[in-house]
Design a protein around this ligand. Sequence first.
Ligand SMILES: Cc1cc2nc3c(=O)[nH]c(=O)nc-3n(C[C@H](O)[C@H](O)[C@H](O)COP(=O)(O)OP(=O)(O)OC[C@H]3O[C@@H](n4cnc5c(N)ncnc54)[C@H](O)[C@@H]3O)c2cc1C
Ligand code: FES
Length: 259
Amino acid sequence: MAEQFQTEITGVIEVAPGFFEIILAPHKALRNCVPGQFINVAVNSPQSFDPLLRRPFSLYRDFPGGVSFLFHIQGRGTRILAEKTAGEQLDIVAPLGQGFTLFPEMNKPLLIGGGVGCPPLYFLASKLLRGKFDIKACLGFANKDSVICREEFLTLGIDTDTVTDDGSFGKKALVTQRAEEIIKSGEVDAIYACGPKPMLKAVQALAGKYKLPCQLALEEMMACGVGVCLSCVVTTENGIYKRVCQEGPVFMAEEVLFT
Ligand SMILES: Cc1cc2nc3c(=O)[nH]c(=O)nc-3n(C[C@H](O)[C@H](O)[C@H](O)COP(=O)(O)OP(=O)(O)OC[C@H]3O[C@@H](n4cnc5c(N)ncnc54)[C@H](O)[C@@H]3O)c2cc1C
Ligand code: FES
């Protein structure tokens, strides 16, 4: 059950230019978050309603002393968040949405992440998969300055491949091109992915081509985050609309009809 609460920021780290990790003090609602679920963060100050809408983020890491989320500056809300400092309070609604569920009989998962889609996959790897499965990760970024989470995946002992669009770090390739090479090696029996829509559409095609069970975490624009406004709907099989904030953000790949 989601709840609204205030919690203290205990750290703000710029992990790469324009990418910030905010560490939050422990709270029971955050402890109960399943990987793939999200938190909705008020970015305004307590004295103001501007900006009015909360901004959704996936959880990234949990520590004995709290949890974190990692974001890239996109616009006004994330710019305000990047200026927060340790000791300030954040107003949060969590946990929200449906997270990843494990494919029980699949023990060689491939995690495919694009940009800020990598943090929830790291959370999935560290919370649910680690130690039980032979995990591979394939991470894609625009360039070397936007590489995030890679060291953390490696620290978990995960076989991690990193590619960039311009070849400034790792191989020059789309993450889905590299993922296909890995799948062809035959060492993969399931896929979990998060990233921009074109990437997820290509992952869906890969899953279909190689007949692999696959879950996709979608990042749609959201207004309310709690199922009321219908701003986040996606079309699913048989033309049924589903709300990314309620029925998602994680969907079975074959369910989603990308436009
Ligand atoms: C379930 C979920 C989990 C998310 N997790 C993360 C995360 O872990 N890290 C992270 O960096 N971002 C994440 N996002 C995206 C993040 O919510 C947006 O980047 C943020 O709300 C932008 O706010 P803003 O005020 O800075 O930008 P705005 O001024 O609102 O918009 C600036 C630009 O960002 C684009 N944008 C805004 N909202 C979204 C969105 N929801 N998805 C994609 N593009 C958007 C707009 O089209 C516009 O081009 C997530 C989104 C969802 C729905
Ligand atoms: S964001 Fe309002 S219904 Fe999903």
